[in-house]
Each structure stands twice: as C-alpha cells, then as structure tokens.
Design a protein around this ligand. Structure first.
Ligand code: SF4
Ligand code: SF4
Length: 379
C-alpha cells in the first residue's frame, strides 16, 4: 500500500532541484527556439510559484498557465444557476470547497448563503447522503464540479443515493474533461504552446493515454508530472530533452502514481452514469464541444437541470470588464497584466475566478510574488 509520505519524500530536496536546473540550462543552450510550456493543471502552477521555480530556469523557457482548475473555468451562468437552485423553497445546495466564493453575476454562493439560502460547503461529497437523510422533506442538490479526477466520486455518490433509495438527492453536473480543453488551447489562432506538463490527479484516474492524440496531432511533448518541485523540474528536463532531440512523445514522469491505462474501475464507474455533453461553455475558453459530462438518460430523475428546468437561467454571462481571466486561461496573458490584480481583485474580494482557488494562476501569483514584487522574467 502506497503511503502518502512516499509521494513526496525526497521530492523537495534543494540540491536535487539545483542540479536539475543546471541540466535544464545545459539542454536549453542547445535549443534554437524558445520554448513555451503549458502546465495544464493549477496544482502545478501552485508548485511553480510556491518554490520559485521560474527563477531557476533559463530565459528561453516560458510557462503558460493553463485552464486546469475546475473552479477557475466555471462560467458565471453556472454559478448563477446554483444560486437560483439555492433560492428555491426547501432546497439545500451542497457544494465543494472554494466554489462557494466564486463570483457569479449576482454574487457568490457565499453571499447568497449570508442572505439566508441553505448552502452547505462540504469536503467529502458523501456527506450529501447524510444531509439528505437528515432532511427527508427537502431537496438536496449536489453542485458537482471537477475534472476526470472527481467524476468517479460523483458517480459513487449517485450510485449510493440510488441504492439507499434517497429520492431527494439531485445533481447539477459540471464535470469537465481535459483533452478537449487542450484542443481548444491549440486551436486558438494565437496559441503559443509547444509542450505540456500533463496533470497528475486527472491522469491517475484517466491514465496518460488521454494525451496521446494531442501528442500525435500537435507534435507537442506531454510529460505527466507529479506535484513536487523535483517532479516539475524533472518533467521540464524531460521536455527539453525531447525538444533537443526533435521528438514529441508522451512520457510519464509521475510513474509512482500514474499508468498509461489509469484506474479502469473508476473509468467504468463514470461510464455507467455519465455521457458526453454536446457542449459546455468554459470561462475564458468559450464553448467547447464534447468537453463535459452529463447524466445518462437512465438517471434523468436525479438531474437538477431537468427538475428545475423552468427556473434555471441560461443566458451566457461574460466576466467583469477588467478581468483578464479569459486570456490567462488561454495562455495569452499573465496575472500581473491585469490592471486590477492585487488592487481591486485579491483573494479576499476576488473579481474573477482565477483569484479564488489556490490553484488559480492569479491567486498563486498573489500569494507567492505579491503585488509589486519583481515581474516574472519569462513572461
Ligand atoms: S484536481 Fe488535481 S489534476 Fe485537476 S486541476 Fe486540481 S490539482 Fe490539477
Ligand atoms: S487579477 Fe482578478 S480580475 Fe484580474 S484576471 Fe485575475 S482574477 Fe481576473
């Protein structure tokens, strides 16, 4: 059995990080073109900023922070829908962690909670079952978010609700998929990405295989990386070596947790309950076909979007005029390019979603670089 400690032991060693930095610099000197690496996942953005890895890297490597945080990519209209659900009589809205602070067009779920709506932030989705059992005369809606990582847990929750015949549990599904987001980034006419650091948690479930089409279609190396600083530096080195050799391959640096095939049991569980949603609008990236999931018709009786169809707003709502989350999520701007970064917008009073979650690029820059500290020298 893998112990938590094994996942990071030795992966924060400063000497190892310094020696990897030297190796990266050596290979970087052989490259003719600068390289733009997108770390898709917000967890990697966090590591890069927290450990100051940008300062250890040569100038011809630039990082583009990708759309890999499920909180950051949630469009306002979905948050508005959650707020409307919470305002319905006898509804309890249950949601995970940071979601409660993301601003919708009329305020965050936290602000609706302050006005008296029954909104309950939880850390374990299975708590939904207890809430439903304790409140048999209320409708409990689970606002489900997350990438491939968290979908299996929603599937298990649904399965248990069915088995326990808890007819008062409903789902508002916002589960999204990484590969279509990579496609959207690469199809942007301004795309500048020429290598990817692949997400870790997502890949534990889905397997690294989901990135193979991107490697083949775009000729970009994808290295699936662990979250520790040594992991990220080693992944960068592996990308650099591929680039220097003129190769584009799928590589798993995080082999202590990720395999090519992933967790087949979890994938089967997801397939049992979910199907591809024809279209989902991502904050920043816009509508992306086949980029999200929805419940299968057999589970329509659990679907909050159908149950509350008549009252849910569907109008698309854009971000605050000053907010550049969209450009940041597409890799076209850095947090400090935003005029309100750290001033009008900070983690206490976020204007945009990238400032809310600890995995959001703006939040990571704010926490680890401050407002006026030196600019990122690679961007
Ligand atoms: S859930 Fe894991 S893989 Fe997905 S964005 Fe968060 S840290 Fe990255
Ligand atoms: S600093 Fe705030 S307003 Fe600016 S892009 Fe980031 S989240 Fe949006």
């Amino acid at each position: 059995m893998l112990e938590l400690k094994q996942l990071y032991q030795g992966f924060r060693d400063p000497q190892t990080i310094a020696s990897l930095a030297q190796d990266i610099a050596k290979v970087a000197r052989t490259l003719k073109e600068p390289i733009n690496i997108m770390e898709v996942c917000g967890g990697h953005t966090h590591t890069i900023m927290k450990y100051g890895l940008l300062d250890l890297l040569p100038d011809n490597i630039e990082f583009i922070h990708g759309p890999g945080c499920p909180v950051c990519i949630m469009p306002k209209e979905r948050i508005d829908q959650a707020a409307v659900l919470a305002q319905q009589e006898d509804v309890i809205l249950v949601t995970l962690g940071d979601m409660i602070r993301v601003p919708g067009s009329k305020g965050s779920l936290a602000s609706f909670r302050a006005k008296g709506c029954d909104i309950r932030p939880i850390y374990d989705p299975l708590d939904t079952l207890k809430i439903a059992r304790d409140n048999p005369h209320k409708t409990v809606v689970f606002f489900a978010i997350g990438f491939e990582t968290s979908t299996p847990m929603t599937a298990v929750l649904l399965q248990l609700a069915e088995q326990q015949k808890l007819a008062n549990v409903f789902f508002h599904i916002n589960h999204v998929l990484v590969p279509p987001a990579i496609d959207a980034v690469m199809h942007d006419p301004n795309a500048r990405v020429n290598a990817f650091i692949g997400p870790a948690h997502v890949s534990v479930i889905s397997g690294a295989k989901i990135y193979r089409p991107a490697v083949e279609q775009y000729g970009t190396p994808v290295v699936v990386s662990g979250f520790e600083p040594v992991d990220v530096m080693e992944s960068i080195l592996r990308i650099m070596r591929q680039k220097a050799a003129g190769k584009a391959e799928l590589d798993i640096q995080y082999s202590r947790a990720v395999s090519e095939q992933g967790n087949l049991a979890a994938q089967a569980k997801v397939e049992q309950f979910f199907q591809i949603r024809p279209q989902f609008r991502w904050r920043g990236l816009g509508p992306i076909p086949n980029s999200a999931l929805q419940l299968k018709p057999e589970y329509a009786h659990r679907d909050a979007e159908l149950r509350f169809k008549n009252c849910l707003p569907v109008k698309e709502i854009d971000d605050h005029k000053a907010c550049q989350c969209g450009d940041i999520l597409r890799g076209l701007a850095k947090p400090k390019d935003c005029k309100v970064f750290g001033r009008g917008c900070n983690p206490e009073t976020p204007l945009g979603s990238c400032m809310v979650s600890s995995e959001g690029a703006c939040n990571a820059y704010y926490r680890y670089q401050g407002i006026d500290s030196k600019e990122q020298h690679h961007g």
